[in-house]
Design a protein around this ligand. Structure first.
Ligand SMILES: [Zn+2]
Length: 314
């Protein structure tokens, strides 16, 4: 599981106008792991890998462009001409640069514009997807009356990626090219003006929050195993004392309060329609923490709404 990079660094704050967040689909699948039988682990692995590649790219690009002379918008979901499209990473310096990030590893080859793994399984040609995104983004800029040139690249971030037989294509950036490419961008950039800032904010304001691409498994509260999952290995924790729970796999102990609060976050994400009540959380924690302790944690960390049977926490 990949954590978010630290966000408190000054250069990140200056440069990144829109932060990347963990995609909802990935978050929900992470929370379902270990609770839902028959979870599509392969799909989860694909999402984890894609997200890890995007975070890796974020680190590469911010390390290379440490000045504040460019603006970065991550993880955009936009629409133009009735077509929805995603941009993994969008840089504004003198021009807009779209980056479609791929975290492929292993060997691939290209034959007659078709892309294959070394074992001859065809994969989607990433240049086709890139072209669609670029066209849609140009249309959006035109609709917004923004006249700034656009370039687009597929970026392969994984150093273990090898591509055979690919004719030179200016829109493909291989791992060995990234450093030099970004150095060139850095040399070309000039000061960000107020107008650039406004343009970038305008694009960020067009971001749609709800992705139609999200593909979630069907699950209900009754289907899921109850308990508190370990923050590291995601196995269920056991009670150790009044104040601590522990993980048999990692061998570590954790304060009950932190573990319960993490479990409540998972509950709220998986079941946003459910009210947070003492009995509800008691059940969700699988009975390893007493009702009294759960009530105390809820009262301390949340606001109480309603009374008696209708008491819940927000
Ligand atoms: Zn553990």
């Amino acid at each position: 599981m990949v954590d978010m990079p630290p966000l408190n660094l000054e250069r990140w704050k200056k440069m990144i106008l829109k932060q990347r967040s963990i995609p909802e689909e990935l978050l929900i699948l992470r929370y379902l792991r270990g609770r839902l039988k028959d979870l599509d682990e392969d799909h989860l692995k694909i999402l984890e890998k894609g997200f890890a590649g995007e975070l890796q790219w974020d680190t590469i690009v911010t390390d290379a462009l440490t000045s504040s002379r460019s603006l970065l918008l991550n993880d955009l979901l936009l629409t133009s001409g009735g077509q929805m499209f995603q941009i993994d990473s969008l840089l504004l310096s003198k021009k807009f640069t779209i980056f479609e990030v791929k975290n492929y590893d292993g060997e691939y080859f290209v034959e007659n514009d078709r892309w294959y793994t070394i074992t001859k399984t065809e994969i989607q040609n990433p240049l086709i997807q890139l072209h669609r995104t670029e066209t849609a983004f140009r249309r959006l800029l035109r609709d917004l009356g923004i006249h700034i040139p656009v370039e687009a690249y597929v970026v392969f971030v994984n150093p273990e990626f090898t591509l055979f037989h690919a004719p030179y294509h200016p829109s493909i950036l291989l791992p060995s090219q990234l450093k030099r490419f970004l150095q060139k961008i850095k040399q070309e950039t000039c000061e960000i003006t107020n107008k650039d800032q406004m343009v970038a904010e305008k694009i960020a304001s067009c971001h749609l929050k709800k992705s139609p691409y999200t593909r979630l498994p069907c699950y209900s509260y009754e289907d899921l195993d109850k308990g508190i999952r370990c923050g590291c290995c995601e196995r269920f924790l056991f009670p150790l004392s009044q104040s601590y729970v522990y993980c048999e796999i990692c061998g570590g102990k954790e304060p009950v309060e932190a573990a319960v609060l993490r479990n409540i976050t998972e509950y709220q994400t998986l079941f946003p329609e459910k009210l947070v009540t003492t009995i509800g959380i008691l059940n969700w924690c699988g009975g390893i923490v007493s009702e009294k302790v759960i009530r105390r944690i809820l009262k301390k960390n949340y606001n109480t709404k309603g009374s008696n049977r209708h008491t819940h926490f927000v």
